[in-house]
Design a protein around this ligand. Structure first.
Ligand SMILES: [Zn+2]
Length: 644
């Protein structure tokens, strides 16, 4: 009884409030949308709260929002087409105007009409009402064209060029974007043609592009997402509260020891605290989600949303454990794996053969520049140091625009890091300026030193002395999905018992992410001309360096990097990873440099070359600058050990 009365009051209220009050797409859907049992696993009333991460992309389409384009790079079964239908219903009932829905081909269009549009019309009352008010007019209600109060709905596919060229609309919905042909028989790009359809509404149009992605480099949804403000869905860790996007690399699973395809359990590892998160925590996490843009300067106009299968609401789509099982089952079959990566992870696919980088291949494309001399593209320099019980391995790397890199030197300094001698050699090595192609000198600006292993206290002591520029005391982070560097944690306590700001700061380094980045760059560099490559290697580096740099491979079934069998020593790889981490030093942040920042760095280097030492000399930097650039220093102890 009470419930009935409440329902009556609610519907009464809804009716009373209904007339043309501005409502967002999600509010409209919560009030009116009914899911059909023909097309939905959970028929009945739509509830945005059931899949809350859909709220923001839908509401960006509302008329109060300034956003003109919404891009959803989205997995299957996660509600992206429902967003399009809610948008369509909102237009037809609430904010009418001409609207076009475009599909890649005639077959997909017909399927969309019968499986998506028809159920929307049949089950959602205001949409049906908007149509019937004009349905008596001749031709107002054909299969591919529907007249409704205040607007028209055109259903099109990329094959019908004449209509794609002529129709003018205010709202454009493009579903399955990645299935569209690159070029039509007429030579036109169908997406360019569609873009032109809304030009008559320069300040009030809305475009919605949705798709699972396909092949890297040619994926249209990936390209549109790249042009957008690039939002990712952050959710808080239930253990430490750290807000982070859910990434496939963060999923951890255990398999049945007797049947390696049988996943017993799957949990998510927090990238901050490393604690394992049970999937049962997901509804609470999703309820607190936040879409964070990576390019906020574009947010008022062009929004991009990317999610993956880890965000499936419980009961709508596979669980984490199911996803892990599907991933394992796909490992032996590249076609299945591509489908999984596209449909469930909503990531573009790259041929794994492309990723297996061979040392002889990278050695063959080494470039003719001297070690310890920086080619013109180098605008900043960092170093990475690996500590072993009997030596330090040091890599010096130059960085330029887009974080393209030039390996400037790789050296091993023999000696036990528990003794002072090897540290003195390191100081000498890193303090020595490097000749730059401009005629000036360039210096190492930050150095990340691995404190894992047996010499942790010695590394801390060295960093505490600050005899080189920006020493960073680092550890490899445990979680697979850890960011490049963590927020620093102060280690030392002063006499008051408070953290000593001048003491040692420890950073954790996301080695897995950095290795993925390096290997992806090495593989895509293969087809590029030398000047376009992102990783430049000197032909003076020795063979052991090249085999060391590619000494590990990614094992997808374990979701981690492993040493190749009979592989070389991996210090060339580790020290590159640390040098990359050093580019993220909080004072340096080379990865966030804008074009103007790089321009300024270049101008400083070229114009003030003779003054560079005086300007930058602080602390331990030598004050005198030689009149002529120093010749290549005599090689310090070249690598020792069995591989050399
Ligand atoms: Zn946590």
């Amino acid at each position: 009884m009470l419930q009935n009365a409440a329902t009556l009051i609610r519907t009464g209220l809804a009716k009373a409030l209904a007339p043309r009050r501005p409502v967002t797409v999600s509010q409209w859907a919560d009030q009116h949308r009914v899911l059909s049992n023909k097309s939905s696993p959970e028929p009945g009333r739509w509830r945005t709260d059931r899949n809350p991460i859909l709220r923001e992309p839908m509401d960006a389409l509302s008329d109060r929002s300034t956003v003109r384009e919404v891009v959803m790079c989205w997995p299957i079964q996660a509600g992206k087409t429902e967003c399009a239908l809610n948008f369509l219903g909102w237009i037809m009932d609430h904010q009418p105007g001409p609207v076009m829905v475009c599909l890649p081909g005639e077959v997909s269009m017909n399927k969309w009409i019968s499986q998506k549009l028809q159920p929307l019309i049949e089950e959602t009352e205001p949409v049906r009402a908007a149509l019937t008010s004009t349905a008596t007019r001749d031709g107002a209600n054909r299969r591919e064209f529907k007249d409704f109060s205040g607007g028209q709905l055109y259903l099109e596919h990329a094959g019908s060029t004449s209509r794609l060229k002529s129709t003018t609309v205010r709202y454009l919905v493009v579903d399955e974007l990645d299935e569209f042909a690159r070029e039509l028989r007429s030579g036109d790009d169908p997406i360019d043609m569609l873009e032109g359809r809304v030009s008559a509404y320069p300040t009030t149009h809305k475009r919605l592009y949705i798709s699972t992605p396909q092949v890297r480099g040619v994926s249209r949804i990936e390209q549109r997402y790249e042009m957008s403000d690039q939002r990712r869905c952050h959710v808080p860790c239930p253990h430490c509260g750290h807000s982070q996007p859910l990434e496939w690399s963060g999923l951890v699973w255990t398999v049945d020891p007797h049947d390696p395809h049988q996943v017993i359990d799957a949990q998510y590892a927090c990238r901050e605290c490393g604690a394992l998160i049970d999937e049962s925590a997901k509804p609470a996490m999703l309820a607190q989600h936040q879409w964070i843009p990576q390019r906020p300067e574009r947010s008022s106009y062009h929004r991009g949303y990317q999610a993956n299968g880890l965000y499936y609401p419980m009961g709508l789509g596979p669980s984490w454990r199911d996803l892990a099982r599907m991933w394992l089952a796909a490992q032996s079959d590249p076609a299945k794996l591509k489908t999984f990566v596209n449909d469930r992870l909503a990531e573009t696919w790259e041929d794994p053969a492309m990723r297996a980088v061979k040392h002889n291949v990278i050695a063959d494309r080494a470039e003719p520049y001297r070690l310890r001399s920086a080619p013109a593209g180098v605008l900043a320099v960092t170093a990475g140091v690996d500590t072993q019980d009997n030596r330090l391995a040091v890599q010096i790397v130059g960085w330029g625009r887009g974080l393209a890199c030039w390996v400037l030197d790789y050296v091993e300094l023999p000696g036990d890091p528990a003794e002072d001698a090897v540290w003195a050699e390191l100081t000498a090595l890193l303090s020595r300026p490097i000749e730059h192609a401009s005629g000036g000198l360039i210096r190492v600006e930050a150095t990340a030193i691995d404190a894992g292993g047996h010499r942790t206290e010695d590394v801390k002591a060295y960093c505490r002395r600050r005899v080189i520029r920006r020493p960073m005391c680092i550890f490899g982070a445990v979680p697979n999905n850890a960011p490049v560097i963590s927020k620093g944690k102060l280690q030392d306590i002063n006499w008051r018992g408070q953290h000593d700001k001048r003491g040692v700061t420890i950073h954790h380094v996301g080695t897995v992410a950095i290795k993925h980045l390096l290997y992806a760059r090495l593989s895509t560099d293969a087809e590029k001309l030398a000047e376009q490559r992102q990783v430049h290697l000197s032909d003076q580096l020795d063979q052991a360096y090249f085999s060391g740099l590619v000494s590990e491979t990614y094992n997808p079934s374990k979701n981690r990097f492993e040493k190749r069998r009979g592989g070389a020593r991996n210090e060339p790889l580790d020290t590159w990873v640390y040098a990359y981490a050093a580019t993220h030093h909080p004072e340096l942040r080379l990865h966030r440099r804008s074009k103007a920042d790089w321009d300024a760095a270049e101008a400083r280097l070229v114009s003030s070359a003779p003054a560079v030492v005086a300007a930058e000399s602080e602390g331990a930097m030598p004050r005198a600058r030689p009149q002529t650039p120093p010749a290549r220093p005599k090689p310090l102890a070249r690598p020792t050990g069995r591989n050399w």
